[in-house]
Write a protein that binds this ligand. Sequence first.
Ligand code: ZN
Length: 458
Amino acid sequence: MIVSEYLRELPVALGPDRRVTFVQKAGRSLTEIQTQPLTFAALGLWAFRSLGLRAEVDTEGVCHVRVPDSLRAKFGGQAKFDCVFGGQPGDSAGDGPLWFTPASPLGEQVFELVRNGRATLHATPTTQPVSVHELAAALFSCYSVVDGHVRLAGCRLDNRPVLRRTHIHRDAAGTMYHEYFASDGSCLDEQAVASLGLEHVDPLRGTRSRDERQRAQLLLAAVPPAVREDEIAQIDTLIWCKYATGKLHFAIGKHSSELDFEGWTGALVRGEASPPPFRCPHTGCESYEIVAADDGELTVAAALDQCEESGMRVASSQLETCAATGKRVYGEILATCPLTGERVVPSSLRSCKMCGQLVSRSAIKAGRCAACRRLKRIRKDDPRMALVLNEHPRLDQWRNWKPAETADAYVLLAHAALRQTLFVIDKETLRIRYCAISNRWWTRWTMIPDDQHEQVLR
Ligand SMILES: [Zn+2]
């Protein structure tokens, strides 16, 4: 397998063939996967090439090698030599060509130089999806969007390396096996190797981008080479696979949601890896079936629950318990009592007969809310009064004030000789929200319409 790949990038290999066992090391298991002919010629020519030696094989099967100046010292000062691939380890051809096998003196010397040089090959899976169109179709097929659709909101395909380290054994059979490493240095198992299409690769030519060179450096640093005693050499091949990162856009009606995905395109397209399931933003429930809740928000069926007040089906975490009725109610339709902070259905709110504010039933006694029941006389330089008088200077005509507070308003009772005037002033805007009058003794209050507030202040 491996050598047939080298053959594709090397000149036609000649010389006696040997049969070798190819095994693939997957994780911790070492399994024999196939046996096929190996030409030492292919291996030798690859080794010469990776060292920068020029080698040509003639019709007789003799390889003529030219040694560059920089390497002559390593080859006994020779500018060229001839060799024949194959033979038994230790064979000598006398004055004729040298024998080249992984274990012959020449083979050992060449692979020693390869080891030191750490030549790295580049390859790419023979078949892998390279178009966004192909990937999109596979991604979309994972999801079912009820009454809606899914599209790509962005997708980028990068080349990312997997390291294939080929170990060549010193044994007579010349056993070879591959180990595959991911970018974090972890060993890929057989399934991952198959799903990335790493079993069949083509040589990759051309230069790598800066990003790619950095990724390659990190990966090679994560898996330092360690040629063992029983090995002639290790050959590193960086197999560049397409890796996708992007966003999926789901839409039902006017509502939409996005989901990040990433993964090897080969695995995604072959269905051996899946994009993430859609995650309901409210409940965290996950599914590949996306539905719209009755409030339009995208969620998954398992996350839906029914509001007992409105009948709407919404994400269950959006339901709250109404403090007045005990019903599970969609939070968006609940009101918050400004006095108790209770969340209640609006229909359960009661109006205070004195200040007109809508409050929960538990805040009302004898028709008056808790704020109106705790009005206490204060001095006019109370900081709350100072704030209100600054905004409404004409309120200063009253000398005696009794204030109280709710979560969002000041309730101010002004005393005069014959009349009491009550103002509810919004804490945030200081706008007069409500005004009512009563005579000094009666408990009956008359609400003053908004457009008559000015007259009261006159
Ligand atoms: Zn009140």
